[in-house]
Design a protein around this ligand. Structure first.
Ligand code: HEM
Length: 419
């Protein structure tokens, strides 16, 4: 790993610094060492944020939703009350209402419920791999990493497989709103003002809403067990039904969260194995190591760089004075490379033990609902893939998503030799 960057060169607000797959890690290392709770200025109209980069501080904030609320939004945008009213999802709800909304979908995401998907996941993986491996040379992102999780989500939502490419495009446009290849208009450009009332400032959000509402109408009053039916046919425990806006944003959250993140986790894991052939060889020699190795994949990949909270009162963190209303940003990716928690954190080691990563958050009521599913998807994919190949190599550049939010890989061109 190259040297950390000088503190003066650190700018976590600039998506251009996230294009090479290396600078983000150098910036975060500098901050952990020199200024672990760092005030990061941002371009107007945003006001700047505290960057929390050490594992212990990230966990302390994540565990304390009373002091660090999610209700003022979890991305970096500063949004007024009108906008919040049309854009709030489970992720931006706290307290009892959050618990009640989350419980609507708790069951299908428990480890036990997810384990029951195992056979289906294996069949789907094989189908994905059959098609990709037959080509010999292919883009691993398009053929495998994107294809597999979206088909799992399609099954959970009970929607036609023909619609999956549309869901992928929506996810790209919504999450990639700082990347010119994906965005309808770039976030913070003058044009993006026209979209300031849309979630993620993307017209794609309205398309997702319309798609979700149609499903909701079709399933209302039925006895389906898919995620949409569970949302429209249950009343939350607090007795307050989901409003149409609650449903819109819940549905959008699922489409984005169940698609983008797992895709990038798979791509990063594959890239890491290509770049560390000795680690790949260990897993091929002993596939029983794969389930535990998934935790190292997740630590290494850190598909979500950060989530943001907002201070509800004046407080201190890491010796810094945080004021009520300040944005406090948890750099999960940095916590995953914290030298105080991980020995040789910049070493990719598939036999690493006791991996206390924060990839899905830690201790928060918002801890990733889909974590068991994501873990099983990644495990099954590599259990099915690795015995089928004797070698895999990169055949071109690996472009990254221009984003300081999602740690994404756009293309992973590979050539495989079958075993
Ligand atoms: C929340 C990461 C896969 C659904 C989150 C959070 C993170 C995260 C960091 C917020 C945690 C916090 O604030 O403390 C990831 C990563 C994934 C992944 C890295 C893949 C490797 C999934 C999948 C689904 C999903 C497959 C569903 C199909 C959700 C939902 C929330 C969430 C609904 C909001 C939970 C709440 O607010 O209570 N995820 N996620 N995620 N994730 Fe995931």
């Amino acid at each position: 790993m190259p040297e950390p960057l000088p503190l003066a060169d650190v700018d976590l607000a600039d998506p251009d610094k996230f294009l090479d797959g290396e600078t983000p890690w150098r910036m975060l290392e500098t901050l952990r060492r020199e200024d672990p709770v760092h005030w990061q200025p941002e371009p107007a109209p945003n006001s700047g944020f505290w960057a929390v980069t050490r594992h212990a501080d990230i966990v302390a904030v994540d565990r304390d939703p009373e002091t660090y609320t999610s209700t003022r939004f979890t991305n970096l945008e500063e949004v007024d009350d009108d906008q919040i009213a049309i854009r709030r999802s489970l992720l931006e709800t706290d307290g009892l209402r959050h618990q009640a909304m989350r419980r609507l979908l708790q069951k299908p995401f428990t480890p036990r419920a997810v384990a029951a998907y195992g056979d289906f996941l294996r069949v789907l993986t094989r189908r994905t791999l059959d098609a990709a491996l037959a080509k010999g040379s292919f883009d691993f992102v398009e053929e495998v990493s994107a294809d597999f999780p979206i088909n799992v989500l399609a099954r959970m939502l009970d929607i036609p497989e023909d619609d999956t490419q549309q869901l992928i495009d929506w996810g790209n446009r919504i999450i990639g709103n700082t990347d010119p290849d994906y965005a309808d208009v770039l976030l913070h450009s003058s044009e993006s003002e026209a979209y300031r009332n849309l979630p993620f400032r993307s017209p794609a959000s309205l398309e997702v809403f319309a798609y979700g509402r149609k499903l909701a109408e079709e399933r209302r009053g039925g006895d389906g067990t898919d995620l949409v039916s569970l949302l429209v046919n249950q009343t939350p425990k607090d007795g307050v039904p989901l409003t149409p806006t609650d449903f819109d944003n819940y549905f959008l959250l699922l489409v984005v969260a169940g698609n983008e993140t797992t895709r990038h986790a798979i791509s990063h894991s594959m890239l890491a194995l290509i770049q560390h052939p000795e680690e790949l060889a260990k897993l091929q020699a002993d596939p029983t190591l794969i389930p535990a190795a998934v935790e190292e994949f997740l630590r290494w990949a850190s598909p979500v760089y950060h989530f943001r909270r907002t201070a509800t009162r004046d407080t201190t963190l890491g010796g810094k004075e945080i004021k009520e209303g300040d944005k406090v940003v948890l750099w999960f990716a940095s916590g995953n490379r914290d030298e105080d928690v991980f020995t040789d954190p910049d070493t990719f080691d598939v036999t690493r033990k006791n991996i206390d990563h924060v990839t899905f958050g830690k201790g928060s009521p918002h801890f990733c609902l889909g974590n068991s599913l994501a873990r099983l998807e990644i495990q099954i994919l590599f259990e099915e893939l690795l015995p089928r190949i004797s070698s895999i190599r990169l055949t071109g550049e690996v472009p990254r998503v221009r984003s300081n939010f999602v740690n994404g890989i756009k293309k992973l061109p590979v050539e495989v030799t079958l075993a």
